[in-house]
Design a protein around this ligand. Structure first.
Ligand SMILES: Nc1nc2c(c(=O)[nH]1)N[C@H]1C(S)=C(S)[C@@H](COP(=O)(O)O)O[C@H]1N2
Ligand SMILES: [Mo]
Length: 366
């Protein structure tokens, strides 16, 4: 982006009410279809009506960064593995690519997705519904890499660090997560939907933590260090606190479903179809239900046959409005562990993990 278009975007960002979003006006490939909420670094979400496919294409996938990372030269990039290991090492991308390749199709959602929907509102990037996507990630298991480095029995947490550089005096995006989770499901991914990772998504390699919120998915991965203790600092102790367990970091996503397609108008007696996606921090979605009467009675939506652990599940609901008037439909999901999406999200001061029922209005004519 040149200086002029940067300044233009910066001006737009500064004068626009936070809840209003603008289509990107740059020549960036993400510019064509995403809605931008912040100019520097680039934070942009996907228009909801385009999140209607099982796999979210790369040029539609939301992006969120705290700081700008310099572009990494993949031939010179290395990943450092140190800390509680008996053989600290540095691996080049070519070394990683020689390890057994694995694939996972799963949801990446920013913890702040839906922040603008909380009442009362709070500061922060005013995401609506689109800071989420479902992609096929390929790479190597974190477990595989840690075994090679001689993981020590004393380790309980994995500290992670990326190459993005914060401005002076500002703390780095330095995180850690439970080793047990990352050993079980974590992937160091270098491909997204069959393409090398895009720069915005953490090229050349990032962490994938299926079922857990996006803040754990370290981009531009530079160093991983097992440790007996969690990482400390702003991004562990102040930011990303669990909505209902302050003092503990966010981990799993909350069960949630979102409507992506519905007619604005319909005719009484004529069938229409409503659709969307549902996901959870549990590996699968068991049920999606729709109500026409504010939650008194529910009817099951049809679940799409495609599903992978921690991926989203597309659903559709055929509805024949009985009478004229404005009808309000709401949707909720129930996951494979039996958690039911609540009517109201847990309000929290940072606006994380909004999962209240999504409602739409349809105007029905006689
Ligand atoms: N190094 C680094 N990794 C990061 C971030 C960051 O700012 N720096 N942001 C995190 C957050 S908050 C989210 S929601 C996801 C967004 O990933 P995406 O841009 O590929 O959608 O990246 C995560 N990984
Ligand atoms: Mo995020």
């Amino acid at each position: 982006m040149d200086r002029r278009s940067f300044l233009k975007l910066a001006t737009i960002a500064a004068v626009t009410p936070a809840a209003v979003v603008h289509a990107l006006q740059t020549s960036h490939p993400l510019a064509k279809r995403l809605l931008q909420l912040n100019a520097y670094p680039l934070d942009a979400e996907t228009p909801l009506d385009l999140l209607n496919t099982y796999i979210t294409p790369n040029d539609l996938f939301f992006t969120r960064s705290h700081y700008i990372a310099p572009r990494q030269n993949p031939d010179r990039w290395t990943l450092t593995i140190d800390g509680a290991v008996s053989r600290p090492m540095q691996l080049a991308l070519a070394d990683l690519m020689k390890l057994p390749k694995v694939e996972a199709t799963c949801v990446l959602q920013c913890a702040g997705n839906g922040r603008s929907l909380f009442k009362p509102t709070m500061p922060g990037v005013q995401w609506r519904h689109g800071a989420v996507g479902n992609a096929r990630w390929s790479g190597v298991r974190v477990k595989e890499v840690l075994e090679r480095a001689g993981l020590k029995g004393s380790a309980r947490h994995l500290h992670t660090l990326g190459s993005d550089v914060p401005p002076r005096q500002v703390p780095p995006f330095h995180r850690s997560l439970e080793l047990e989770k990352v050993i079980q499901d974590g992937i160091i991914a270098f491909e997204m939907n069959g393409e090398p990772l895009w720069h915005e998504h953490g090229a050349p390699a990032r962490l994938i933590v299926p079922g857990w919120a996006g803040d754990h998915w370290m981009k531009w991965l530079k160093r991983i260090s097992p440790s007996p203790t969690p990482q400390s600092g702003f991004y562990m102790d102040t930011a990303y606190q669990h909505p209902s367990r302050p003092g503990n970091p966010i981990t799993e996503l909350f069960v949630k479903s979102t409507i992506t397609s519905a007619p604005a108008k319909a005719r009484a007696g004529a069938r229409v179809t409503i659709g969307g996606f549902a996901f959870s921090g549990a590996p699968d979605i068991a049920k999606v239900e729709v109500t026409e009467d504010e939650g008194h009675t529910w009817r099951s939506a049809d679940l799409d046959s495609r599903h992978d652990p921690y991926a989203w599940r597309l659903w559709s609901y055929r509805w024949t409005p009985a009478s004229a008037g404005v009808h309000r439909l709401m949707v909720r999901a129930i996951d494979s562990r039996g958690s039911t999406q609540p009517r109201d999200p847990v309000w929290n001061q940072s606006g994380y993990l909004h999962n209240g029922w999504h409602a739409i209005a349809v105007e029905v004519r006689a």
